[in-house]
Design a protein around this ligand. Structure first.
Ligand code: F6P
Length: 551
């Protein structure tokens, strides 16, 4: 490790010089000049195949990036994280999400002690709860079987569980229906409750802190609804509420029974918590065996990250490519494109994972950083996006690195659809890379019967510069185990980027200011008072009050 700022490292400066040489090259030339390029720049880990040959890199680029990883201390920080050291210094915490998927029966010693007995007990309880619900053995206050579950949580206590449930629900047919509520917008809770009956509905309150305003507001309204609609005494909360939290006292005060409080610990960050009891909805939807498989896949990827040499290490390679485009090509965003509807929740999940982890301009040492860090992460179902925002990727002129997530094996039961999906994914990555120059476009238009002025007028609109980089992650089909590997892959990739930028991946101080202001404004709304606000906020508040009065 070094005390030099990341951009002062010789490897960083060598990369800058290298970029000026490589920037003018088109990937077509790179492929033409190296027949082994695909083999050279692809790898397999944990049943995921990564093709990263469609990147603006050479073997020199990768060697320099690996050197940057070494000099930035990626291995040392990785080992510290796995050892349970306080890698989250601003909150004085370890980040031990890797322990959540470590095999049972083996110790996981850390400075906070061996965490495995607590992890194993939590897994056992999660299994009991999820199976009781799936098998209809969990009954509500009036003795009726629970058929509906409303899950309430936000951020890391929502995005992971919803993403995982959507991805794996088909694996475990049966069990109660699950609805997710996150925003304080009452429309969310109202819609979920409209489908539910008090006697047969169970609520899961997922909140590490058990104090997040949105979740607490939803939980309080749900409790009131339950007691009123069911005509139940307050004690009924014990039969109809589960908490997943590190704040057991808060959950008890709410009325939740000790047996129904599933634990979390301060050494698990919210956005890294899917492999804890926060994953309860996934276990309910897909079964505990499937959830165990998800944990096994994540553990496989942890081991790969821990043991593979940097140059052959999938999260490291992806993280370094992230740094390459962000800092040396000034790419302001990266797009995630699952060609797999079951991964529909993955872009939103990754947005929090990456932008809450790396969206910081202050280094671990408190110094301002003189270079850019996190790109904007965005995305959506790849095939659908072809018919919406892909236009920008093809001809918008901005460099936007793409991640294609592609199941090769199909399995939808409609083989023509499976072929169509795979063909579209491969074609888009190909088109983005290859492009179509003016001569090719001219020939293409002529082939369509155009000529003369008509052809000339259309020509500039139909040229594709290409050279748009992409990674393709190819897998047979989405299984729980591969989903676990995918989750851990992105967690570690983001960690690698943060280490290269000298940023603490595990705190999120940037979310606090707005929370405090919202509390103040909510009090003013309730009291009908007005505070000392900037002109715009004061004006909007006054106008909103007028709208409410005239409603
Ligand atoms: O406000 C941000 C945040 O703290 C996230 O980091 C977290 O995932 C989310 O809120 C929810 O927090 P909790 O699980 O404590 O309710």
């Amino acid at each position: 490790m070094t005390n030099l700022a990341p951009n002062q490292l010789p490897a960083w400066q060598a990369l800058q010089a290298h970029q000026t040489r490589i920037a003018p090259l088109h990937m077509r030339e790179l492929f033409a000049g190296d027949e082994k390029r695909f083999r050279r720049f692809s790898m397999q880990a944990c049943d995921l195949f990564l093709d990263y040959s469609k990147n603006r890199i050479t073997t020199d680029t990768m060697a320099l990036l690996v050197e940057l990883a070494q000099r930035s201390g990626v291995e040392a920080w990785r080992d510290r994280m796995f050892a349970g050291d306080v890698v989250n210094a601003s909150e004085h915490r370890a980040a031990l999400h890797v322990a959540l998927r470590a095999p049972g029966g083996q110790p996981f010693p850390a400075p906070v002690g061996d965490v495995m007995p607590a992890v194993a007990a939590a897994r056992r309880r999660m299994g009991e709860v999820s199976e009781a619900l799936r098998q209809g053995r969990w009954t509500g206050h009036s003795g009726k079987t629970i058929t509906h579950i409303v899950h309430m949580g936000i951020g890391g206590s929502h995005l992971g569980p919803e993403m995982g449930t959507r991805a794996l629900v088909a694996t475990g047919a049966g069990g109660p229906a699950l609805a997710f509520v996150s925003s304080v917008d009452g429309a969310g809770l109202s819609a979920a409750l409209a489908q539910a009956r008090a006697e047969t509905t169970l609520f899961i309150v997922a909140s590490k802190s058990f104090s997040t305003a949105e979740t607490m507001a939803n939980a309080a309204s749900a409790r009131a609804w339950l007691l009123e609609r069911g005509g139940f005494p307050a004690a009924a909360v014990g039969d109809h509420f589960i908490a997943v939290t590190a704040n057991a006292d808060g959950a008890r005060d709410f009325g939740i029974l000790d047996d129904n409080i599933l634990p979390l610990w301060d050494w698990v960050g919210g956005r890294f918590s899917l492999c804890s009891c926060v994953g309860l909805p996934v276990a309910i939807a897909a079964g505990m065996d499937a959830f165990d498989q998800l944990l096994a896949g994540a553990h496989d990827m942890d081991q790969h990250f821990l043991n593979a040499p940097l140059a052959e290490n999938m999260p490291v390679v992806l993280g370094l490519l992230g740094v390459w485009y962000r800092n040396f090509f000034a790419a302001a965003s990266r797009v995630v494109l699952p060609y797999d509807l079951r991964l529909g929740g993955f872009p939103a999940y990754l947005q929090q994972l990456e932008m809450e982890s790396a969206g910081k301009k202050v280094g671990r040492d408190g110094e301002s950083l003189e270079f850019d860090t996190c790109p904007v992460v965005w995305g959506g179902s790849g095939n659908d996006a072809q018919h919406s925002f892909f236009q920008l990727l093809h001809q918008g002129g901005a460099l936007v690195p793409c991640d294609f997530l592609v199941p090769a094996g199909g399995g939808s039961g409609l083989s023509e659809h499976d072929d169509g999906l795979l063909a579209n994914a491969l074609a888009q990555a190909q088109a983005l890379m290859v492009g179509r120059d003016a001569d090719e476009t001219r020939a293409h238009l002529a082939g369509q019967g155009l000529s003369g002025e008509g052809l000339q007028a259309l020509l500039p609109h139909c040229v594709f510069t290409g050279n748009q980089p992409s990674n393709t992650l190819l897998y047979a089909s989405l299984t729980p185990r591969r989903l676990g590997a995918l989750i851990a892959l992105y967690e570690h990739r983001i960690f690698v980027q943060c280490v290269c930028w000298g940023v603490n991946a595990f705190d999120q101080w940037g979310v606090e200011l707005g929370k405090g202001l919202a509390r103040r404004l909510q009090t003013e709304l309730a009291d009908g008072t007005g505070g000392d606000h900037d002109g715009s906020t004061a004006g909007l508040l006054a106008h909103a009050r007028r709208l409410r009065r005239n409603r």
